[in-house]
Design a protein around this ligand. Sequence first.
Ligand SMILES: [Zn+2]
Length: 248
Amino acid sequence: MNTYTQQVNQARILTKNSSRIVAFSGAGVSTESGLSDFRSKGGLWERYRIVTFQEFLASHDNRVEYWSMRRELIPGLLAAKPNPAHHALAKLEAEGKLQCIITQNIDGLHQSAGNKKVIELHGTNMTASCLTCKQQWSIIDIQERLESGDLDPHCDECNGLIKPDTVSFGQSMPVEAMELAYQAAASCDLLFMIGSSLEVQPANQFPLVAHQGGASLIFINRTVTPYDHLATVSFTESASKVMSILTE
Ligand SMILES: [Zn+2]
């Protein structure tokens, strides 16, 4: 029996015997649905500068720059479909074993797969809101406005600025979501860390918190992470491949 088979068997047993599972998903889960990680080379993110939240607020020209990039980004997000890793997590929630997903992804694909308990640390790109009166729109409606040439959309009600419900650079992380995420990680019996290289905060705090709480950890990422030594089992593999096998 090779090491990979042993790892699979061990991870399957852990999954089977755990009843309070929490999953953390990073960009690696989305890339398997064809969405590019903004850190990766090539494509959209290299042609546009990152517009911070403060810059977005500061001028019309900055907002036009911001929305020009979004107008190119949104159709891909809307067309993306959940992959087998998303479906595996939906199955675990349907079985009552998965407590919640903590995600850094903004594409709504966990919800598309059927998960209801999703903590979105970076918000969502599926909706946009007025920064003043909080009225909310589907991103589909906003995309129509962008395509009609309105590259600095304002609220119909109060003329406030409209912005996607994502957490932008320079914007603070949502306090309530962060608290819920830490509580979930601290009280789970098994944490899946999927598709994150764990190089930035707060992602890299969750394995520590879960480990301190006595949970087992299963890591699935294409590359090794600085926290692999905490993992009960770690796979340097595709998330879709491993999650499908573990939840068969
Ligand atoms: Zn408004």
